[in-house]
Design a protein around this ligand. Structure first.
Ligand code: SAM
Length: 272
C-alpha cells in the first residue's frame, strides 16, 4: 500500500468524515509532495542508524511515520485526538501518545530515545527544540523540519537562541523544502535541520541563559548598557570582573561577540 494522504481531496474527505477540520492554530500543514517526503525520509535513514528508538513529534497523518516505521522502533506524540485516531487505524503497532509534546517531556524521559524527529508545528518550534535539547542527557541526533528563516537564525552566530542552542548541539542545515510541498500551503518556506546533541554542554545552560537574557535585552546597545537596563540576574560587578579576564569586550554590542566568548564567560562565573 502507498501512503494514502497525498492529495488535498483525500485529507479534506478523511477529516470531513470525522467532523474535523485542519487546525491552523496547531500548525497543521501536512507534507503531500511525494518527492520531498522521500527526500526527508532518506535524510533520516542516512543520519540515524536503523533500528534506533525514535520519537516523532507531531506525526499528523503519518507522512514520515509511514515510511520510517519499518526501519525504526518509532514512538509517536501527537496533540490532536482526531489524528491520533487516524494514526491508530493506519499504524496499529505503533505506540502513540495523544498529548502536547511539552507535557510529554515533563512526564517521560527523552533518554529512552536515541533520536527525536518531526515536521514541527511552527508556532511552538523554539519551545520544542529547547525542551528537547535540555532533556536529552546523552548524545543523539535530532532532525527537524522548521521554518526557513528560523533555521537561518539558528545557523548564525550572533543571536541569543543560536548561542543558547549551540551550547547543547551542533546545528547544520540539510536542505530547503518549498511551501508548496505542504497542504494547506503555509505562508513560509521550510528547511530540514540536524542537531547533533553533545554528551556534555559547553557551559552551564542556566547561567548561559541568564547572561544571554541580560546581554541581548537592549537591542543595538552596548552590552554594558544592556546589563544595566533591567534585573541583575547575575551581579554586574561579577560579570565585568570575569569578562575582563577573557577580553570579553562589553563595550561592544552583543551581536558582535563570538558565541564561544559567552560560553567562556559562563564557565568562568560557574567556577567562581
Ligand atoms: N508530520 C506531519 C507531516 O509532515 O505531514 C504533520 C506535521 S504538522 C506541521 C505538525 C503536527 O504537529 C500536526 O499534526 C499537529 O497536530 C501536531 N502538533 C501541534 N502542536 C503539537 C504539540 N504541542 N505536541 C505534539 N504535536 C503537536
Amino acid at each position: 500500500m502507498d501512503y494514502p494522504f497525498l492529495s488535498k481531496a483525500k485529507i479534506v474527505d478523511t477529516l470531513k468524515q470525522r467532523n474535523a477540520n485542519i487546525r491552523k492554530s496547531l500548525g497543521q500543514n501536512f507534507l503531500i509532495d511525494p518527492n520531498y517526503i522521500t527526500k526527508i525520509v532518506e535524510a533520516i535513514l542516512s543520519n540515524i542508524p536503523h533500528h534506533s528508538r525514535i520519537l516523532e513529534i507531531g506525526p499528523g497523518l503519518g507522512a514520515l511515520t509511514f515510511h520510517l516505521k519499518d526501519y525504526y522502533d518509532l514512538v509517536l506524540v501527537e496533540i490532536d485526538r482526531v489524528y491520533c485516531e487516524i494514526l491508530k487505524e493506519h499504524f496499529p503497532k505503533q505506540r502513540i501518545y495523544q498529548m502536547d509534546f511539552l507535557e510529554f517531556v515533563q512526564q517521560y524521559s527523552l533518554n529512552d530515545f536515541d533520536s527525536i524527529i518531526g515536521n514541527l508545528p511552527y508556532y511552538i518550534t523554539t519551545d520544542i527544540i529547547i525542551n528537547t535539547v535540555k532533556s536529552i542527557k546523552k548524545p543523539g541526533i535530532c532532525i527537524f523540519l522548521v521554518q526557513k528563516e528560523y533555521a537561518e537564525k539558528l545557523l548564525e552566530d550572533n543571536n541569543s537562541i543560536s548561542i543558547y542552542l549551540n551550547n547543547f548541539s551542533k546545528i547544520s542545515k540539510l536542505f530547503f523544502v518549498p511551501k508548496n510541498a505542504f497542504f494547506p500551503i503555509p505562508k513560509v518556506e521550510s528547511m530540514l535541520i540536524k542537531l547533533e546533541v553533545y554528551q556534555k554542554t559547553k557551559c552551564n545552560p542556566e547561567l548561559l541563559e541568564k547572561i544571554l537574557r541580560m546581554s541581548f535585552r537592549a537591542k543595538r546597545k552596548k552590552i554594558i548598557n544592556s546589563w544595566q537596563k533591567g534585573e541583575e540576574l547575575i551581579p554586574i560587578s561579577l560579570l565585568k570582573e570575569k569578562a575582563e579576564i577573557i577580553s570579553f569586550d562589553f563595550t561592544k554590542r552583543a551581536e558582535e561577540i563570538p558565541k564561544e566568548s559567552f560560553y567562556q564567560l559562563a564557565n568562568l562565573i560557574f567556577k567562581n
